[in-house]
Design a protein around this ligand. Sequence first.
Ligand SMILES: Nc1ncnc2c1ncn2[C@@H]1O[C@H](COP(=O)(O)OP(=O)(O)O)[C@@H](O)[C@H]1O
Ligand SMILES: [Mg+2]
Length: 407
Amino acid sequence: MNSDPNNSIGPAAVANPPAAKPLRAIIIEDAPDDLALLLLALRRAGFAPDCVHVQGAAELDAALRSGSWDIVLSDYTLPDFSGLLALAQVSAHDPDLPFIIISGNIGEDVAVAAMKAGAHDYLIKGNLTRLGAAVERELREAEMRRARRRDEVALSHARLRLQALANRMLEMQEAERRHLARELHDEIGQSLTAIKLNLEALSRRIGDETARRLADEIAAVAGEVLDQVRRLSLDLRPPQLDDLGLRAAMHWLVKRHTREPGPAIELEAPEDLPRLGPEAETACFRIAQEALTNILRHAGATRVRIALEVDAGLFCLDVCDDGRGFDVAAAQARALAGTSLGLVGMSERAALAGGEIRLVSSEGDGTRLSARFPLAAATSLSPGLALRTWDSASRQASPARGEGSSP
Ligand SMILES: Nc1ncnc2c1ncn2[C@@H]1O[C@H](COP(=O)(O)OP(=O)(O)O)[C@@H](O)[C@H]1O
Ligand SMILES: [Mg+2]
């Protein structure tokens, strides 16, 4: 506020210099004169330094633990310590804390080595004119690094939450399907069977021709509804998946989708295929189911080949068709925009079971979907099978046009 009683505009009305900016600094320095010069240079640059002065590792450790700091300014050579040791100690404590070396002329090579070791800047004691700007810049950059780290942590937490949620939703969906499938098959299916059998028995006792025909018709309708209910129950969740495992469920899936007119579907699955854990088997089955549905809906294929095998330490599902193919990148972009869920769902399921999906397709040349699961998810491992990642596996999908992991 202007304290001039005449309120005149003159030298007394000139604005106060900006308030000095507080700066919490650790200064590593053995020479008292150099320390005084450094503090003076900081004040001249507009800082109000609140410093602790240390000369060795133990003191530095105590200082680092005693509070939060904006910056460390360190000499390069000290009698019982060194700038590089101090740098390592500071980075281990907080990699984002700015560290500037302020030293006598140590030569360019040593300065470059110090910067490579993680120092943020290097200044010569005889020339501290750059100090203010260097400190300002390092404070800004440290804040940006911290903000980025906070964002990364928040993002990884959000990812974990989303993954847990997706996992839970898929578990609940499968449990619901299992429950509905059993209810339909056991309760409704049995009641319909009873209605049908009783109507057939009744029909045999009815003397009146018209009434008997009516009872037969009702029994036939009950039979059709019974078939529909059974199909619906199996489509929801085939009991093979829970009782006999993936291989049996895949045989059922192929049989269920083989019909005229439609593509010939071939399944290759060795009898000694190792079992995966229940989650991974369900994931694999649902991925194959979606892939097959996609082929029947979109591909116009004449042949489909499904293979289950263990290769190079990975459990492999491959679904290939000779249909019209499609632009995988464009479909993935549409999927990420939320217009379709099949491709996203397949890759989510694979990822949640610790696996991965790749799609290779080119227009006019068919599609190959490959899913790989670590055998660590298997409950019975064949001896000698080591856990390998897809990329380390010897056989990989060729990097053909249109290849991509699904989103
Ligand atoms: N085997 C395939 N052959 C041809 N096109 C396919 C095949 N699989 C997927 N597509 C294409 O990818 C698109 C996205 O598939 P998807 O996410 O399962 O959604 P939806 O089946 O509901 O359309 C499909 O609309 C189709 O254009
Ligand atoms: Mg689909």
